[in-house]
Design a protein around this ligand. Structure first.
Ligand code: S3P
Length: 444
């Protein structure tokens, strides 16, 4: 039985911590893998996506010890030190794992074959192979830009200056990782800033990075190649993209009050919190602190009646993974919510724009798609639910509709919950601890 069903609840109460940040976890392993000397990682996300990155690095000669679940040690090979793997690297469901590794290996004189699951094998990779080929690598992909693919690493890597065609931290990070083993300066030009965990972590490991904000819409990030990175300690904060699920659940459920500890609040990741507050969400930020260069705090969340708002396209990079759960919040809000500029949602773990729209329609929510905008007409306390939702191998679609089930008249079932484990392995346990009723369908 792979599905789950979620029924309406009265109040959520309690205190939880969410698993480690997925983006930061991938980067800690990869940068640790090309640093010199041991890197210690605490709070690593033990989700399938990250475990596959660890396995891929091991295949390329990096020694990685899981000392305890909370303490990992990576013994890096130094910049340029990765070895050619003798088998295909399978990154499972993880676009971040696949794309960042493509960058990392692209300037090593090795050939690397990468593949992934059915979802990842449909996702576009030309956005990564285009800049990497300018740096001297060659990428041979199925159907032009799909995995399985082979990266033939550059024997004589060239640094480049690259303007991001879409605001994507994955493209930025792949190019910067490739730049690590290229002589000279590799520059990225961003017109809309995307998450900067790669920049912060490279600096934490001793790389020289110059970041210039030339104008509101022009940030230049320049990395000096072939640095001597030194192993460091990394403490991974809780993932704000995972915190979003219990947070929205508590907002929507009457008489709720929960605390979510240790949530990463990098300014380039908090578009959802900004939006929810504009909608009337009561979220208190307490114990704000810095942890290994990243802002972290505890969140106190109270049930709140939300009102519809317009979410501008410029905010999309700072909440790109949060639209499915925002759509759920908007479905229960008073009035209309318009989310603008969602084109990138079409190339996530699923086509999220259609997955959200089809799922909401099946649950009786009034929605419309207008080109790249999603419009939701909210109906507080009166969502029919009672639908079976296809999760489409997408963890965030699965979790979002389970949250909607907590606020619908009839339970909502998802057909396959297995992908939740890519980013939030203990999701059901934590939600039920707060008072949710998420069970296997046969236990109804
Ligand atoms: C990520 C960047 C985002 C995001 C993904 C994680 C990262 O993708 O959707 O879940 O860790 O760099 P894009 O760069 O494609 O927007």
């Amino acid at each position: 039985m792979n599905g789950l069903i979620s029924a309406s609840v009265n109040a959520l109460k309690g205190e939880i911590s969410v698993p480690g940040d997925k983006s930061i976890s991938h980067r800690a392993l990869m940068i640790g893998g090309v640093a010199v000397g041991p890197t210690t990682i605490r709070g690593l996300l033990l989700g399938d996506d990250v475990l596959r990155t660890a396995r891929a690095l091991k295949e390329m000669g990096v020694k990685i010890d899981r000392v305890t679940d909370d303490l990992w040690r990576v013994y890096g090979l130094g910049v340029g030190g990765l070895k050619e793997p003798d088998r295909v690297l399978d990154l499972g469901n993880s676009g971040t794992g696949a794309r960042l590794l493509m960058g990392l290996v692209a300037t090593h004189p090795i050939n690397v074959q990468l593949t992934g699951d059915e979802s990842l094998r449909t996702r576009p990779m030309d956005r990564i192979s285009t800049p990497l080929s300018q740096m001297g690598a060659q990428v041979i992909a199925r159907d032009g830009d799909k995995m399985p693919l082979t990266v033939i690493g550059a024997r004589l890597p060239t640094p480049i200056e690259y303007t991001l065609p879409v605001p994507s931290a994955q493209i930025k990070s792949a190019v910067l990782f490739a730049g690590l083993n290229a002589p000279g300066q590799t520059s990225i030009i961003e017109t809309r800033p995307s998450r900067d965990h790669t920049e912060l972590m490279l600096q934490h490991f001793g790389a020289t990075l110059k970041i210039t904000d030339e104008a509101m819409d022009r940030r230049i990030i320049t990395l000096t190649g072939q640095p001597e990175l030194e192993g460091r300690e990394v403490v991974v904060p809780g993932d704000p993209s995972s915190a979003a699920f219990p947070l929205v659940s508590a907002l929507l459920t009457r008489e709720s009050e929960i605390i979510i500890n240790n949530v990463g609040l990098n300014p380039l990741r908090i578009g959802l919190f900004t939006t929810l507050r504009e909608m009337g969400a009561k979220i208190e930020i307490i114990n704000a602190r810095q942890q290994a260069g990243e802002p972290v705090a505890d969140l106190v969340v109270f049930s709140s009646q939300l009102r519809g708002v317009t979410v501008p396209a410029e905010r999309a990079p700072s909440m790109i993974d949060e639209y499915p759960i925002l759509a759920v919040a908007a479905a229960t809000a008073i009035g209309q919510t318009r989310m603008q500029g969602l084109a990138e949602l079409r190339v996530k773990e699923s086509n999220r724009l259609s997955a959200i729209a089809d799922g909401l329609i099946a649950c009786g929510v009034d929605i419309e798609i207008d080109r790249d905008d999603l419009i939701i007409n909210g109906s507080p306390n009166s969502i029919p639910g009672g639908a079976l939702i296809e999760s489409r191998m997408d963890h965030r679609i699965a979790m979002s509709f389970l949250v909607l089930g907590m606020n619908s008249k009839e339970p909502i079932e998802i057909d396959d919950a297995r992908h939740i484990g890519t980013s939030f392995p203990n999701f059901t346990g934590l939600m039920n601890k707060l008072g949710a009723k998420i069970t296997e369908p046969c236990q109804k």
